[in-house]
Design a protein. Structure first.
Length: 243
């Protein structure tokens, strides 16, 4: 498992801002107290590994704040970003439920606060509270639907449309509006990771960025993106732009 840093203040489960978005919201007060006593809380810096692909799954990680990238290692040994995780997500739950080692890796992309809950504690809660298991089943179903949707997008949308869609998704979390009506977005991902997210090669990502700049859709400076008109991104994913 990757390095973990102790926090100066241990978070309280009852006051966790992400609680309502987690599976744990169905637990009773007594069950939440049990988790609060059993969990360990850590702060991760960008680049810190939370766990590695192939590690034994000794528990789950409850994501309180920050941003995490989920990666899988391909046949050539490259760690490919396959999805993003946000506060409220529980990391590693599928491996725990399946009794398997981790099938992916988790890495902090922004400073993140994450609580670790031991496998034995999770198992005892699942046995005592069927609603918790149902919530995890619902989450697994949604994750599968999202994965199928990404496959469909990669098969039916043009590269430009996929990139525009990704920028719109990131805009919801990381953009600020300026006085002139444009939107400024600080990308939390490298260009290589952006390419991986939409299933293209880095060189194709570079060409697409140049096209967006040439067409006046957006300006890129490092990880800072300024979108002049958000509608121009929406236009890219209209049905006529499907391939």
């Amino acid at each position: 498992m990757g390095s973990r840093r102790k926090t100066g203040v241990v978070k309280n489960c009852f006051s966790c801002p992400a609680l309502d978005r987690t599976e744990w919201c169905v637990l009773s007060q007594a069950e939440l107290r049990n988790i609060d006593k059993a969990k360990s809380t850590r702060e991760y810096l960008p680049g810190d590994a939370i766990y590695h692909q192939g590690d034994p799954c000794s528990g789950v990680h409850c994501f309180a704040s920050g941003m995490v990238g989920i990666r899988k290692v391909d046949a050539d040994g490259n760690a490919i970003l396959v999805r993003l995780a946000y506060p409220g997500d529980t990391l590693g739950y599928r491996s725990l439920l399946a009794g398997e080692e981790h099938r992916d890796s988790a890495e902090a992309l922004k400073p993140s606060t994450i609580c670790f809950i031991d496998r034995a504690v999770v198992r005892s809660l699942l046995d005592a509270n069927p609603s918790l298991g149902l919530r995890f089943l619902t989450r697994a179903t949604k994750d599968l639907i999202d994965a199928e949707e990404r496959i469909l997008q990669n098969a039916t949308l043009s590269v430009r449309a996929r990139f525009a869609h990704l920028l719109l998704v990131l805009k919801e979390r990381y953009a600020t509006n300026t006085e002139d009506g444009s939107v400024v977005l600080e990308l939390p991902l490298s260009r290589q990771d952006l390419a991986a997210m939409i299933g293209i090669r880095p060189e194709t990502m570079s060409r697409t960025i140049r096209q967006f700049e040439d067409d006046g859709i957006a300006r890129f400076s490092g990880r800072i993106v300024q979108v002049t008109h958000v509608d121009s991104l929406l236009d890219e994913i209209e049905p006529e732009n499907y391939v």
